[in-house]
Design a protein around this ligand. Structure first.
Ligand code: ZN
Length: 321
């Protein structure tokens, strides 16, 4: 059975692809330049597939009008709270000017962020279809201990940190994304001393060959042990072919994650769980600054593959009779 049975056809003549690096001569391509070129051509902004549904409620992925509304909202938030910071006001202007005739290509732009996510998913789907022999695949989630919470959020430093750990564990192939959450401890039953301080946390999520992940797990678990902050720092789950899992590895929206205690009738004491909320203004501004510094592809972590433009054959039309 094909991995992606319901995939829509792509109609562009060239598209973004993922190609295996030559192990003897690693290729270093400027992913940022390739992605910018695609965005300037308008790729990723429309509704061309693949499509997917998100979250517990299985809502359809954001449509162009949803991200347009999100961009307007973010622009207003930046204008209202940017104070006298010219960087934030400039970003607000750029987001406001992003439309189909002129794309702003700003890494914090909800419209451009959605397009980058869709290009990433398309490239991955195509890569997995063309390289079935490298599978089966699993989704790997990895959370390293957060860096100093007072520091600026630095995706470049996090990317280097995560890449080093993955390589040390022996992984040679994979495509991952860096996600950001603002974690807060809302376990009010506990004393102040037993609760963790609020902190931003950059985590990694993405796809890798099951065989390599299984072999890497003992090293990963030794390198990244469980703590009070992160109970399950290393997790993996079978990839079932749903593009939603690939999309999640590069989701454009970040969350404020509250750790809470919830009563469970099957257990004697309340269980630890999390509840997601929208970002506060201060958190959103920190995220926008971090994205601006990271660049459009600064949250993508690739092992053994690189981005390149690939030609796509147009689907043939049946001759008219
Ligand atoms: Zn934009």
């Amino acid at each position: 059975m094909p991995l992606f049975p319901q995939r829509n056809l792509l109609h562009s003549q060239t598209s973004l692809g993922l190609a295996c690096n030559d192990p003897d001569e690693p290729v270093r391509r400027a992913a940022e330049v390739v992605v910018q070129r695609m965005l300037r051509r308008g790729s990723g902004y429309g509704i061309a597939g693949p499509t997917w549904r998100e979250g517990k409620r299985q809502r359809p992925a954001a449509r162009p009008r949803d991200v347009k509304a999100a961009a307007r909202k973010l622009k207003k938030r930046l204008e209202r709270n940017g104070g006298v910071d010219p960087e934030l006001l400039n970003i607000a202007v750029e987001l406001g000017n992003c439309d189909r005739r002129h794309r702003c290509l700003h890494p914090a732009c909800p419209q451009c962020g959605r397009a980058v996510q869709r290009l990433f998913v398309r490239a991955l789907v195509r890569f997995l279809e063309a390289n079935e022999h490298l599978g089966p695949w699993v989704m790997l989630s990895l959370i390293l201990p957060p860096l100093d919470p007072g520091r600026e959020i630095d995706f470049a430093a996090e990317r280097a940190r995560y890449t080093a750990v993955l390589r040390r564990a022996g992984l040679r192939l994979g495509a991952f994304g860096l996600d950001l959450s603002f974690n807060e401890d809302d376990r009010r039953m506990l004393s102040e001393a037993d609760r963790f301080a609020p902190h931003p946390c950059v985590h990694l999520y993405g796809i890798a060959p099951a065989g390599q992940v299984e072999a890497a797990l003992p090293v990963l678990r030794r390198l990244v042990p469980a703590t009070n902050l992160v109970c399950r720092p290393v997790r993996r789950k079978r990839f079932d072919g749903n593009p939603a899992a690939l999309a999640y590895s590069h989701k454009p929206r970040f969350t404020r994650r509250l750790t809470i205690l919830r009563d469970d009738p099957r257990r004697a004491s309340p269980v630890r769980t999390t509840r997601d909320r929208v970002l506060t203004v201060e958190q959103e501004i920190r995220a926008v600054r971090a994205l601006a510094r990271a660049g459009l592809t600064g949250r993508i972590v690739l092992l053994g593959v690189h981005f390149e433009p690939v030609p796509i054959a147009r689907p043939r039309r049946a001759p008219r009779t």
